[in-house]
Write a protein that binds this ligand. Structure first.
Ligand code: ARG
Length: 584
């Protein structure tokens, strides 16, 4: 993804080198790949490192840079917008004229042309599987990281020109269900609550786990046997238990649907573990007959050797495993959706599992296994350490939402009571809460742990989603207060203050940030770019007032610039799944 300045520079550099003896014959693409951004804007906008030229010219890189700078000055080589060429150490640095830079991007934003997605080379169909909660279990803060990440990637990939299928895969069968229903049937005395029954089931599941863990050895064995019986009955289709499963499963599904709606997250398709259960079993039995899988003490698995070991695919009592279902799921994805790439957003603790699944698919002869990609992400921690049901410090989504909304209502929006309609206050609180939570989850590199802190994420200053929505609203109101429509015809050549240039530059680089965020699976790169844009705006706003601009022409140019900042911020936030309110 290269812009017009980089392409022009690469051609000009080729021309410059072609006049030197013993210069390498590099292509434009090779030239482009070498171009860098200087770390400090004062050095210029683009840098050409001369290290690789040393072996051709047999000189030290700084000497080459100095000679090339001089030669550029003496020749009639030029590149679009370049107003200064300078050697700094081993680098040849180029400065683009601020006016030309502004002109390359601001009118396009005003006309809505700049947000055309950068197209991928060939239109690829990508499935991004994310969220995947388990019914009968609590939905907690850790699950939120997955939802934020998966949803942002869907939006980013779509923007970048891919055809995206956002998929959910809900865990509605397996041991955890048996455990929960075991407790529900044998120990629970309470009637289910009117609302949030799914969250309540999650509590029963936790109670079941603790009861099992705390039981004396003999007792525990009996309990475990009872849970196994239930699992067996569930898999065998026992009518009474099946009815209970249906009813309770729906409680969880209703809760999930409500959470997704609050978060503004949508799925194009939803798979259920219960749907792929039988098929998984058939696949494994067939694989055993075909000699791809092996029998081992009554169970079936596959020997993946060395690092990956023996991967169990069916238990000796004939019941299915997590792995059994993943084989059938993958087959569905390939056969029904004709996808080119299959991405699984799942916690890093399942890395081995996915290596085993993909290796098994390969052994089964699925070429598509090469296109499967597990995107791991690290844990969400609390300041006091890991969340654990035993310690009783698991932050459930339902509680978190209650707390964050209460805090916003009483601290940020108390003053609006009576002034704004109640629905607007509620909707604004929701938008700010979603911004704070999603941004907090996305601003960190997926591979790094997050320490969750609601207080920090609600701060209106610093690297928070709250700050970004406040910045957006502030810019919009500055633009609105002027009472002038931004026009694409404003004279951009007047925007030559370094703080104005910094903003034009950020806007020009926006699409690249989105592109990298997608290709590297790191929405954090986009979050970072947006934070930089908002901060640069604060700086420009104090030095380059739009209200008190010296001339009308300058005022119009600044208006166009600030309008471009607001639009880009809005677009970027949207790609992170955040909708800023229009007033605060
Ligand atoms: N529901 C599973 C869990 O909570 C995650 C499912 C991940 N996706 C998959 N295809 N295995 O651990």
């Amino acid at each position: 993804m290269k812009n017009v300045f980089e392409r022009a520079l690469a051609s000009a550099l080729m021309e410059l080198l072609s006049s030197c003896d013993s210069a390498p014959e590099w292509s434009v693409a090779e030239m482009l790949a070498l171009l860098e951004h200087p770390p400090d804007a004062a050095l210029g906008d683009y840098a050409f490192p001369c290290f690789q030229l040393a072996r051709f010219f047999r000189k030290a890189p700084p000497a080459i840079a100095a000679e090339l700078a001089e030669q550029w000055g003496n020749s009639d080589v030029s590149a679009h917008g370049v107003e200064q060429v300078q050697a700094t150490g081993p680098y040849l640095n180029f400065t683009i004229s601020p006016g030309v830079l502004a002109d390359a991007i601001l009118p396009a934003i005003a006309k809505g042309h700049s947000f055309d997605a950068p197209q991928v080379a060939a239109r690829e169909r990508v499935m991004i599987e994310f969220s995947q909660p388990n019914t009968h279990k609590g939905f907690h803060v850790g699950h939120l990281r997955n939802v934020a990440l998966g949803d942002a990637l869907c939006r980013i990939f779509r923007y970048n020109g891919y055809e995206v299928v956002g998929a959910n895969y809900i865990g509605d069968v397996g041991t955890h269900i048996a455990k929960c229903l075991w407790y529900y049937e044998s120990f629970n005395q309470d009637p289910p609550p009117e609302q949030q029954r799914g969250a309540w089931l999650g509590e029963l599941y936790t109670k079941a786990t603790l009861l099992l863990e705390d039981a004396p050895v003999e007792q525990r064995k009996t309990y475990q046997q009872e849970v196994r019986e239930i699992l067996k009955k569930l898999e065998g289709g026992d009518p009474k238990l099946d009815a209970t499963w249906q009813e309770t499963r729906q409680w969880s599904l209703d809760d999930f649907a409500e959470i997704y709606e609050w978060l503004g997250v949508h799925f194009d398709c939803v798979f259920f573990e219960s749907e792929v259960d039988d098929e998984g079993k058939e696949i494994v039995l067939q694989g055993e007959q075909d000699g791809v899988f092996q029998l081992s003490e009554g169970a079936i698995g596959i020997d993946l050797e060395e690092e990956l070991g023996f991967f169990l695919l069916l238990k000796s009592d004939g019941t299915t495993l997590y792995s059994t279902k993943d084989l059938a799921l993958a087959k569905h994805k390939f056969d029904q959706f004709g996808i080119d790439r299959s991405i699984y957003v799942v916690g890093a603790e399942q890395t081995l599992h996915f290596k085993q699944v993909f290796a098994t698919l390969r052994r089964m002869g699925y070429e598509q296994a090469e296109l499967c990609h597990h995107l791991p992400y690290a844990l969400v921690m609390l300041p006091e350490g890991k969340m654990s049901s035993r310690a009783g410090n698991v932050i459930l989504f339902s509680q978190l939402r209650q707390k964050i909304m209460d805090s916003l209502r009483t601290q940020h929006f108390q003053a609006r009571k009576g002034e704004w309609p109640d629905e607007e206050i509620e909707e604004t609180c929701r938008k700010v809460a979603v911004a704070a939570l999603k941004y907090g989850m996305l601003a960190q590199d997926p591979a790094k742990q997050i320490v969750f802190s609601m207080e920090d994420w609600l701060k209106t200053e610093g690297d928070t989603g709250t700050y970004l929505v406040y910045a957006y609203v502030r810019i919009c109101s500055i633009v609105r207060q002027l009472g002038i429509e931004p026009s694409a015809d404003a004279d951009c050549s007047l925007l030559c203050h370094p703080n104005e240039k910094a903003l034009s530059r950020r806007l020009l680089d926006f699409n690249r940030a989105v592109w990298s965020a997608g290709e590297q699976f790191k929405p954090s790169l986009l979050a970072h770019a947006l934070y930089g844009l908002a901060r640069d705006f604060s700086r420009a706003y104090t030095t380059c007032s739009v209200k008190h601009a010296k001339t009308e022409a300058l005022q119009h140019a600044r208006l166009l610039l600030f309008h471009g900042v607001a639009e880009t911020l809005k677009q970027g936030l949207h790609l992170l799944g955040i909708t800023p309110p229009e007033r605060l």
